[in-house]
Design a protein around this ligand. Structure first.
Ligand code: PMP
Length: 316
């Protein structure tokens, strides 16, 4: 689907998966004017196909588009395009309980521009792929390494939106952590180097004395849709949930730590390493708060529990 700057979005089309044709001077290639989203479609055991809160992804893309000075499809256009793409790829949706169809909407400044300026033309593209569990071992505790040298986002930057440029700085740190046997990196704030922000592609929560805390949104953390949903579910379970500054010491002293995201869903953290100190969490894995919230969330996403909060969109 294409849009000239200042004009309406043109009608889209379904195409077989293939390469794109882009000018070498496309704004996305030269200036990183690009956003993406990620959501999943699940097949239920009684044969329905469900999307989870797709309008939230549309709204987040609109927010990011504003930050990057680009037009984005309105919510209904976004959600309809996702629905059509999923239905056209129905055969790729794994059977109930065997995974999901990952949906990747992209918004690119695809028009050519030589000097630094927003693109004259934009492309909205959606591709899909069947996926299993993000971390090897499914709901198995992961091991995080705190990085206090490289940062993901700076105040006033673009950390709060899902722009492609946020992920390039993560590649090196993530690769290095994985090379040392960790599952992923936990980033700190760029000013005081003391407050945890998020993991490469998921948000972080801690539990201390049955109270749940997660870093507050202050423009350097992606406002995760899973984060928002987990906060609501946890409050419905009666937990006190605080959005606040969470220091690395809070994390090291927590009873339980877990991360949330579309890809990882809810994943317990088994250990966090900061400098040479490694803390292992007793409550990681089965029986903890993460497990309880994981079950509650996935039951809604997979159509096993009643959708009391109106989060699920049924396609077929
Ligand atoms: N933080 C980052 C940096 C991410 O890339 C993601 C994945 N979109 C998240 C958090 C989690 O967001 P969501 O729950 O919307 O998938």
């Amino acid at each position: 689907m294409k849009c000239e700057r200042g004009e309406e979005w043109q009608k889209g089309e379904l195409r077989p998966y293939g390469n794109l044709e882009l000018s070498p001077s496309a704004a996305v290639l030269n200036y990183g004017q690009g956003l993406f989203e990620g959501l999943k479609a699940y097949r239920t055991s009684d044969g329905r196909i469900l999307l989870f809160r797709p309008e939230e992804n549309a709204l987040r893309m609109l927010d990011g588009a504003d930050r990057l000075s680009m037009p984005a499809p309105p919510v209904d256009v976004f959600v309809n395009a996702v629905k059509q793409t999923v239905l056209a790829n129905e055969r790729w949706i794994p059977p109930a309980g065997k995974g999901s169809l990952y949906i990747r909407p992209l918004l690119l400044g695809s028009g050519a521009v030589l000097g630094l300026a927003p693109a004259p033309e934009y492309s909205f593209i959606i591709y899909v792929s069947p996926v299993g569990n993000y971390f090897k071992g499914g709901l198995a505790p992961i091991d995080l390494k705190v990085d206090d040298y490289y940062h993901r986002a700076a105040p006033g930057g673009t950390g709060g939106v899902k722009t492609i440029g946020n992920y390039a700085p993560v590649l090196k740190t993530q690769l290095s952590a994985k090379g040392k046997g960790y599952s992923d990196v936990l980033y700190l704030d760029a000013v005081e180097n003391k407050y945890v922000e998020e993991v490469s592609s998921c948000n972080i929560f801690i539990v201390k004395d049955n109270k749940i805390s997660t870093p507050e949104l202050r423009g350097t953390i992606l406002p995760g849709i899973t984060r928002k949903s987990i906060i609501e579910l946890a409050r419905n379970f009666g937990y006190e949930v605080e959005e606040r500054l969470v220091s690395v010491d809070d994390v090291m002293g927590a009873d339980e730590v877990f991360c949330t995201g579309t890809a990882v869903v809810v994943n317990p953290v088994g250990s966090v390493t900061y400098d040479d100190k490694r803390v292992k969490y007793k409550n990681a894995g089965l029986g903890g708060v993460a497990q309880q919230l994981y079950t509650a969330l996935t039951d809604i996403q997979m159509g096993k529990a009643e959708d009391k909060l109106g989060w699920v969109v049924q396609l077929a």
